[in-house]
Unconditional design. Structure first.
Ligand code: TXA
Ligand code: MG
Length: 354
């Protein structure tokens, strides 16, 4: 166990002294968690293979899942990649800094471990003054996966980071809760038309307006339907974004969702299982369960996205065994939210009839 230093910083005007302390750690091959506009990342010098290996270890992340490399200046891209296609140039100009990650062919200066042996690299420029100041002061690109233990919900506060990684990392820059709450959109331009590999902070609709044709890769949708019977028997757990509690997602029209959620709550209560319901403002009043939490209004998907990971962690604190989660509309940020929820459930998805 090492002592994890907590540095409270001003999110808009980060104190130079504190950024310098954090940057020294990065330069020396250490690990610093920092806020971005999406979620907190766990940073290491992307060009230092030992530091990146330590990053995988601290997170207990499988070595075949490469992190995103964060930069503070578009110029840095040209060092890290073989070529910058014209489409990428336009996207960088328009969406950076911001929650869009682009996949490029990587250059030789990038260590194998940073890209998990792939010949491609994922890069983004975060829209957060603390992140940008840290990258600039460190003088290197920063590899940063989300700052959670592998498989857990991503952290949207420094407290979440400490819950998972205290004693495993050198420092965390605490600048309060992050704004967007789900991770960046990962876009692969090598496919024709370009493909979203992970839905995130930039909705598909926005990319389509800009690029014309763009589609979701099938893995981005993450939908696999299972029958209620199967949901009721313990299945194989897919560990991703997952709280300790088992998650079941109920999808369909709102009225059907409410009936199905009630049915599942009753079923589990009869078995003396502690149940939580992840509801929305429009429906939360309909449920009598051990714990009911609302993501926010179905009409405001920005708020829903911002609350998602925080609420999943809160259910664990309440000690619920099962979380029955309402599905939300598959548009805008709703696609990113549903991708996380479906994965958190290990694809235990129940379709409600209207
Ligand atoms: O918002 C975010 O993207 C946050 C903040 C910290 O920037 N970072 C983040 O990193 O979510 P991480 O490592 O948890 O997720 C990176 C995603 C993974 O789904 C990974 O498989 C994918 O990017 N990825 C990384 N390199 C890739 C590559 N060369 N090709 C395809 N996908 C890649
Ligand atoms: Mg992650």
């Amino acid at each position: 166990m090492k002592k994890t230093l907590v540095l409270k910083v001003n999110p808009r005007k980060p104190e130079k002294k504190k950024i310098r302390v954090a940057a020294e750690i990065i330069k020396n091959g250490g690990l610093v968690a920092f806020p971005t506009e999406t979620v907190y990342g766990l940073g290491a010098d992307a060009l230092n293979p030992k530091a990146v290996l330590a990053l995988f270890k601290a997170k207990k992340r499988p070595l075949d899942n490469p992190p995103i490399v964060h930069i503070s200046d578009v110029k840095e891209v040209y060092r890290l990649v073989e070529e910058v296609p014209p489409k990428a140039e336009k996207l960088m100009e328009n969406f950076w800094p911001g929650p869009l990650t682009l996949i490029f062919r990587r250059s030789k200066i990038v260590p194998d471990v940073t890209v998990a042996g792939l010949d491609t690299i994922a890069i983004r420029m975060p829209k957060h003054n603390v992140a940008l100041a840290l990258i600039r002061e460190s003088g290197c690109p920063i590899a940063a996966p989300s700052a959670n233990l592998a498989g857990r919900p991503s952290p949207t506060t420094a407290q979440h980071v400490l819950e998972d990684l205290e004693g495993r990392i050198d420092a965390v820059l605490d600048a309060g809760p992050t704004k967007i709450g789900v991770e960046s959109t990962v876009l692969d331009l090598a496919a024709d038309p370009p493909q979203v590999l992970r839905p995130g902070g930039i909705p598909l609709e926005k990319l389509r307006k800009f690029l014309g044709e763009v589609e979701f890769h099938p893995i981005a949708i993450a939908d696999k339907e299972v029958s209620v019977e199967k949901v009721r028997s313990p299945g194989v757990r897919h560990k991703h974004y997952a709280p300790n509690a088992e998650v079941i997602v109920v999808e369909g029209e709102v009225s059907g969702i409410v009936e199905k959620v009630k049915e599942l709550v009753k079923y589990y209560e009869e078995k003396s299982v502690k149940v939580g319901v992840l509801a929305t403002d429009e429906t939360a009043g309909c449920y009598r369960a051990d714990v009911v939490k609302s993501l926010g209004s179905r009409k405001n998907l920005k708020v829903v996205a911002k609350n998602l990971f925080k609420l999943l962690r809160e259910f664990d604190k309440e000690g619920v065994d099962v979380i029955v989660a309402e599905g939300i509309p598959l548009k805008g940020l709703g696609v990113a939210v549903m991708n996380r929820l479906r994965k958190a459930s290990g694809y235990k998805i129940v379709k409600a009839n209207a």
